[in-house]
Ligand binder design. Structure first.
Ligand code: NAD
Length: 419
């Protein structure tokens, strides 16, 4: 978000330390420091009142070295180009960590969608799609949902792209509704991945596989599904929140009831009593008494200002970039284990890849096959990162970057420098 922490600078600092660990020469990874392409577009939209408003939109393609670019589209009033550049680079590293043949991209529109009608949201989406159309496509760059976008928005993107091309192109976007080529398992995939990775790290830390007290910041697609699945696995979800604030219950919240309330109240927790739970702020959630903290909202939530207050022994990053570099140092110094975003929330892009594969091959997979293959991919990636942690005595974050960068550097070497 537009604040004092520049997420792109954060990304570069982690990249440098991982490259040093790998013993790379600066020229080996120089190109990874720059996005391949940055597009900024103006989006004029006729509002319901008849007035024309112009929004700003972005699509950044960080790398196509390992395959077509891939990454979500975010609608947020505070988004800026540095945030989108960082998110695009994280996608490149994430796809490399889980070894799917994609590069990284990200897009955004600077808009607060809660102030738009559904018809206005559709017009913003269709005009944005038209504006970025020259650089997207199933072989070039494939968008997906991110903060404040969903399957309905992906459906409008697919339709706009298809109408302009004159035929249906389902593979241009993932996270679509099922009836136009969406995949079973995609809506839950990121949260499912977070829950799989959480179980893996709990085992390695010799923490119990049930009954762990977990706090989750953000109850959207990622946080809501993570809460549901971790609750079903027998953990105690002691705190949850959305942008307006949260709830804490030391004995664990009734997650199915919270999700049911949210489904009936436009996805908001506001007004939910939570069976004797205390109302807390997002700042209090991050510092609450719990064993594990799973931030699933936005970047730069855990900073040097609040890292010392964190009581959790384990952080699993459901969100992208929730921990600043300074906070990471403080937490690691306190002995907190952090499973980084590029591994912890990779489940979404893995199933997006399965969706795209189904689209371009014109076939469909069963949900069990999707969930089982997702589990295999994530457990395999987790154990590769863990091996680097053990061999190189580095944090999970640096290890995940080392795995990603070594794959990227090899891909770049194999391709050579054009012309
Ligand atoms: P979403 O829009 O579905 O949900 C976001 C949640 O965060 C909502 O509950 C919202 O109220 C809450 N929130 C917003 N601002 C907040 C704030 N300032 N403090 C606390 N809570 C706040 O978004 P999502 O798709 O769940 O994405 C959440 C995070 O996960 C983002 O960092 C996103 O980039 C990342 N992510 C998403 C996916 C995916 O497949 N959707 C995949 C990988 C990573």
């Amino acid at each position: 978000m537009a604040n004092t922490y520049n997420p792109y600078e954060n990304m570069l600092r982690v990249l440098e330390s991982a490259a040093r660990q790998l013993g790379l020469k600066p020229s080996d990874y120089e190109a990874i420091k720059y996005p391949e392409r940055e597009l900024k577009v103006a989006i004029p939209v006729r509002m319901d009142s008849g007035e024309i408003k112009v929004f700003e939109g972005y699509r950044v393609q960080h790398s196509s070295s390992r395959g077509p670019c891939k990454g979500g589209i975010r609608y947020h009033q505070q988004v800026d180009i540095d945030e989108v550049k960082a998110l695009a680079a994280w996608m490149t590293f994430k796809c490399a960590v889980v070894n799917i043949p994609y590069g990284g991209a990200k897009g955004a529109v600077k808009v607060d969608p809660s102030h738009l009608s559904n018809a206005e949201l559709e017009r913003v989406t269709r005009r944005f799609t038209a504006a970025i159309l020259p650089i997207i496509g199933p072989e070039k760059d494939i968008p997906a949902p991110d903060v404040n976008t969903n399957a309905e928005v992906m459906g409008w993107i697919m339709d706009t792209y298809s109408m302009i091309h004159g035929y249906a192109v389902p593979g241009v976007v993932t996270g679509k509704p099922l009836e136009i080529g969406g995949s079973l398992g995609r809506p839950e995939a990121t949260g499912r991945g977070v829950s799989i990775i959480t179980q893996e790290i709990l085992k390695r830390l010799n923490m119990p596989e049930k009954g762990v007290r977990i706090a989750i910041q953000g109850m959207g697609n990622v946080g809501g599904v993570s809460a549901k699945l971790l609750h079903e696995m027998g953990h105690k979800i002691v705190a949850v929140s959305d942008a307006r604030g949260g709830l804490y219950h030391p004995e664990g919240l009734d997650i199915p009831a919270a999700l049911k309330y949210m489904a009936a109240h436009g996805g908001s927790l506001e007004g939910y009593a939570g069976g004797g739970a205390a109302n807390i702020s997002n700042a209090e959630l991050l510092a609450c008494d719990c064993d594990a903290l799973i931030p699933c909202a936005l970047e730069n939530q855990i900073t040097e200002a609040n890292a010392n207050a964190v009581q959790a022994k384990l952080i699993v990053e459901g969100a992208n970039g929730p921990t600043t570099v300074e906070a990471d140092g403080i937490l690691t110094g306190k002995g907190v284990t952090i499973v980084p975003d590029i591994l912890a929330n990779a489940g979404g892009v893995v199933v997006s890849y399965f969706e795209w594969v189904q689209n371009i091959q014109e076939l469909t997979w069963e949900e069990d096959q999707i969930n089982e293959t997702l589990r295999k991919v994530l457990i395999n990636s987790f154990s590769q990162v863990l091996n680097i942690v053990n061999e190189s005595k580095v944090s999970f974050r640096v290890a995940a970057y080392m795995l990603a960068i070594s794959k990227l550097v090899k891909a770049k070497k194999s391709r050579g420098v054009f012309p």
